[in-house]
Design a protein around this ligand. Structure first.
Ligand SMILES: Nc1ncnc2c1ncn2[C@@H]1O[C@H](COP(=O)(O)OP(=O)(O)O)[C@@H](O)[C@H]1O
Ligand SMILES: Cc1cn([C@H]2C[C@H](O)[C@@H](COP(=O)(O)O)O2)c(=O)[nH]c1=O
Length: 234
């Protein structure tokens, strides 16, 4: 029996890497897959992993009908045993229903990968529908960490280096940890993974570093006191 599996976790937890590993392993095992993605960071119709793996993929725009696409490919003689669907948070709820139908009526496995919630902690429509319909929800084994060392569970968006909680749900971009480590200036829009506590407090790595440094504090002393009390608890 085929399955609809949703692999989910915050940005930078290895979802695209796992998607390409799964595809490779299945292909080596003699199965044939169709790779799909939506608005990959690279700007091209491909699944790209931060570890450097890249594979071409069907670009899933809002008007793509998965059912029609797959049935058309099958009737044209293609073999499809499974679908790899990256950046599935950007798919519409209707497209997730089409994927479930493909699993149930065509016995094709669908492996979907995506983040659950946006920078405001609200579910993406595609992810919400996947949680509702998936046979299984899996979390990749590598867990990214918040700057405090706790497991990072939430995605923060930064604009000009400052965390924001308002804006469009979709703004394609990358995490800034490696950019910051290399000493490069933050991009206009970036992302940082945080634990819930620091996401709630809008306490990004930059804010924490500024607070801990002997430089003048960037925010009110109440917030700084709260932050120092929290640090002594670790
Ligand atoms: N130079 C590196 N060496 C080893 N692992 C790396 C390196 N750069 C990135 N990674 C790993 O790549 C993973 C991010 O992969 P990716 O598939 O792009 O994530 P996601 O799709 O979840 O955003 C992280 O687990 C990170 O630790
Ligand atoms: C939190 C959040 C993220 N995005 C975008 C940023 C990236 O382009 C993708 C996530 O990709 P990854 O492979 O998981 O790193 O989603 C967004 O548009 N809106 C958000 O709130």
């Amino acid at each position: 029996m085929a399955d609809l599996v949703f692999f989910t976790g915050p940005m930078d937890c290895g979802k695209s890497t796992l998607a390409l590993q799964l595809d490779h392993t299945q292909r080596v095992g003699g199965r044939a897959g169709l790779l799909c993605t939506s608005q990959d960071r690279s700007g091209a119709a491909q699944i790209s992993s931060r570890l450097g793996l890249v594979e071409p993929a069907v670009e899933v725009s809002a008007d793509l009908d998965f059912w029609t696409h797959v049935v058309h490919a099958l009737t044209g003689g293609a073999r499809i045993d499974y679908l790899i669907c990256d950046e599935a948070q950007f798919y519409t709820a209707v497209q997730i229903d089409q994927l479930a139908r493909i699993v149930d009526e065509l016995s094709i496995d669908v492996y979907a990968f995506g983040i659950l919630s946006d920078f405001r902690t609200q579910l993406f429509p595609g992810s919400k529908r996947l949680v509702e319909l998936a046979d299984r929800i899996e979390t990749p084994q590598v867990q990214p960490l918040c700057w405090c060392g706790q497991q990072a569970t939430h995605n923060a968006r930064t604009v000009d280096g400052r965390m924001v909680t308002e804006g469009s749900q979709v703004v394609v971009g990358d995490t800034t940890s490696e950019i910051a480590a290399a000493g490069e200036p933050a991009p206009e829009v970036g992302y940082e993974v945080l634990c819930r506590r620091h996401h709630r407090r809008r306490m990004t790595r930059a804010v924490a570093q500024a607070t801990l440094s002997p430089e003048p504090l960037p925010f009110g002393s109440d917030e700084a006191d709260e932050f120092e009390a929290e640090q002594s608890a670790f």
